[in-house]
Write a protein that binds this ligand. Structure first.
Ligand code: IPM
Ligand code: MN
Length: 345
């Protein structure tokens, strides 16, 4: 019989609250014959304060044994900026070679967005997940003097660019509109930018049915707001993808709805699913967080593991729940309960 062996990292702030709802809906949607096993990992700010550890090797090894990882959020103001982000979240993405960071955007019904009433918006950003300026390739010199120098070098390998570009073509080819847009800044970042464009064009020859487009990232931000319906699949580097997907979330219904998947397409390591939003310490512990982004991330997790029908049930339930929202405030728990009822019914 089928089974899912899931690692759960609730993490910091609202991560704890939203992950509980994600698990609630996951349990509700799975058929009786699927055995769900979960193991919770105590990683994040509390762990760091207690032991000074971010992601010990023993935990990293143990995480490898799961089918997938569900993560809430990482980061807390009581920990120096970067310690948990680099030492835990990015360490996981790099160690498990999550080179496809998939971030879909849909204009859901009845959501507070500047784009309400616009043509259908349904695009997905394929953000590179293991390279760019995120690798820690940089340094500081003469710190604390007026002559201080800091560098943050963007790392782009032909190997790394080609594999994510190819994944994006595959995704575009499988969608009805078959359109792929490369976003970069090759008028200024000529070294990385030209390599991305060259690889994008070369791989594109293998996908004659896919229509291609190129946009500089600054121009792309304009179109995200004025003409988002022009996008189908977007492929871009790690940092541009980070920024663009927050913007995408904001214009299509808010960061409370934005899901993401850190995928290792080769399946050498478990993929990891998390909301795009952070730990939101300002509203943590108050039951105010919208768990929908995490619940939609659970749908991405299910699709990755081959549970397509269950993934679709979650997405339909979210659309129905949003359509029924009347503006009155609901707690984190109430939204989770409502979605659990919808997916079961
Ligand atoms: C995200 C986050 C992370 C990122 C941070 C917390 C390291 O903003 O998942 O988008 O920049 O990738
Ligand atoms: Mn981000």
């Amino acid at each position: 019989s089928r089974s899912i062996n899931l690692a759960v990292i609730p993490g910091d702030g609202i991560g704890q609250e939203v992950v509980a709802q994600g698990l609630k809906v996951l349990t509700a949607v799975l058929p009786q014959d699927v055995k769900l096993e979960t193991k919770e990992y105590d990683l994040g700010a509390r762990r760091w304060h207690r032991t000074g550890e971010t992601l010990p090797d023993a935990e990293l090894d143990s995480l490898k044994n799961h089918d997938a990882i569900l993560l809430g959020a990482i980061g807390d103001p009581s920990v120096p900026s970067g310690v948990l982000e680099r030492g835990l979240l990015l360490k996981l993405r790099f160690a498990f070679d999550h080179y496809v960071n998939l971030r879909p955007s849909k204009l859901f019904p009845n959501t507070a967005t500047p784009l309400a009433g616009r043509p259908e918006i349904d695009f997905v950003v394929v953000r590179e997940g293991t390279e760019g300026p995120y690798t820690g390739n940089g340094g500081s010199l003469r710190t604390g003097t007026p002559a201080e120098v800091a560098t943050e070098v963007s790392l782009n390998t032909a190997y790394g660019v080609e594999r994510v570009v190819r994944d994006a073509y595959e995704r575009a080819n499988a969608r009805p509109r078959k359109k792929l847009t490369l976003v970069h800044k090759n008028n200024v970042l000529v070294h990385a930018g030209h390599m991305w464009k060259k690889i994008f064009d070369t791989v594109g020859q293998e996908y004659p049915e896919v229509t291609t487009d190129y946009l500089h990232v600054d121009a792309a931000t304009i179109f995200f707001v004025t003409q988002p319906e022009r996008f189908d699949v977007i492929v871009t580097d790690n940092l541009f993808g980070d920024i663009l997907t927050d913007l995408a979330a904001a214009v299509t219904g808010g960061i409370g709805l934005a899901a993401s998947a850190n995928i290792n397409p080769d399946r050498t390591f478990p993929s990891m699913f998390e909301p795009v939003h952070g730990s939101a310490p300002d509203i943590a512990g108050q039951g105010k967080a919208d768990p929908t982004a995490t619940i939609l991330s659970v749908a991405l997790l299910l699709r990755h593991l081959g549970f397509d029908a269950e993934a679709a049930r979650i997405e339909d339930a979210v659309a129905a729940d949003l359509a029924a929202r009347d503006g009155s405030a609901r707690t984190t728990d109430e939204i989770g309960d409502a979605l659990a009822v919808r997916v079961a019914g």
